[in-house]
Design a binder for this molecule. Structure first.
Ligand code: SAH
Length: 257
């Protein structure tokens, strides 16, 4: 086991507890063949992944100092130098499936999840450490105050598990927020049972004014059409994924007539 000395990059927090690093890596299911690590930094997770002969492992890192450090520490690492958000996944993986792991850069964790959603049919699992509040929001069930756009969109195509909370003191420097590790596992939904573009617009429009009833928050989509159905009395956080599908079909029917 390599004991890495964390370096300090502005705005990033490096995990120093090797047991937790090990637990994060162990949270990946064993039936996977390819793994991409986002933001290896000083390699605290990488060291547990690189010697696994059963997986095809690569990592993407944006920071030049970290890149130089990783090349030296792990000469055999397939390291992609650049920004995950701009990465051409098809160029790297073709049509192959790959899972994602990382102690994510917290400032772009939502964008990482949106990129996962766009490429969902290639990404069976994601194990990520993120800010605790973001993890709670993604994992929240309907009826919960933190349930929102990312919860609905991600839960449409992934089963979300909040795995464990990570205390700020195991990072260098300690962040101001607590962290948590979550696992996303692709469900078997290939296509939602509705117009998916309208579904996304409906979810976003509804949560844009989350305290209002759908009758009011969805006005921008409704073109003044009447809304006698009881579902319009609800607020967005009361709707499950399948309720949103039902609502989307209702809207499509109204708008089409
Ligand atoms: N995995 C390490 C580092 C976590 S900090 C650990 O647990 O200690 C987040 C890492 O993501 C940093 O190394 C940072 O340089 C890198 N990073 C930030 N933005 C990135 C991006 N857009 N694409 C790839 N890596 C990024």
């Amino acid at each position: 086991m390599i004991q890495v000395k964390p370096k300090k990059y502005f705005g990033q927090h490096f995990l120093t507890d090797l047991q937790i690093a090990h637990n994060i890596v162990e949270s990946l299911p064993s039936d996977i063949s390819s793994v991409l690590e986002i933001g290896p930094g000083t390699g605290v997770l990488t060291q547990f992944l690189i010697n696994n002969k059963d997986i095809n492992f690569s990592a993407i890192e944006i920071d030049t100092e970290a890149i130089a450090f990783l090349h030296e520490k792990f000469p055999n690492l397939h390291l992609i130098e650049g920004d995950f958000l701009k990465m051409d996944l098809q160029k790297e993986f073709g049509k192959q499936q790959f899972s994602i792991i990382g102690n994510f850069p917290y400032n772009i964790s939502s964008q990482i999840f949106f990129k996962v959603l766009e490429n969902r049919d290639q990404i069976p699992y994601v194990v990520g450490m993120i800010q605790k509040e973001v993890a709670e929001r993604i994992a929240a069930k309907h009826g919960n105050k933190t349930y929102g756009i990312t919860s609905v969109l991600l839960q449409s195509f992934y089963t979300i598990e909040y795995l464990f909370t990570v205390n700020e003191h195991v990072f260098d420097p300690p962040p101001k927020v607590k962290s948590a590790v979550i696992r996303l596992s692709r469900n078997n939904v290939q296509k939602l049972n509705c117009n998916e573009t309208l579904f996304v617009r409906t979810v976003k429009t509804a949560f844009n004014q989350r305290r209002k009833t759908l009758r009011n928050s969805l006005k921008p989509l409704l073109n003044g059409l009447p809304t006698p159905e009881p579902i319009f009395n609800l607020r967005p956080e009361q709707l499950s994924v399948s309720d949103f599908i039902f609502l989307t079909n209702l809207l499509e029917e109204k708008l089409g007539k």
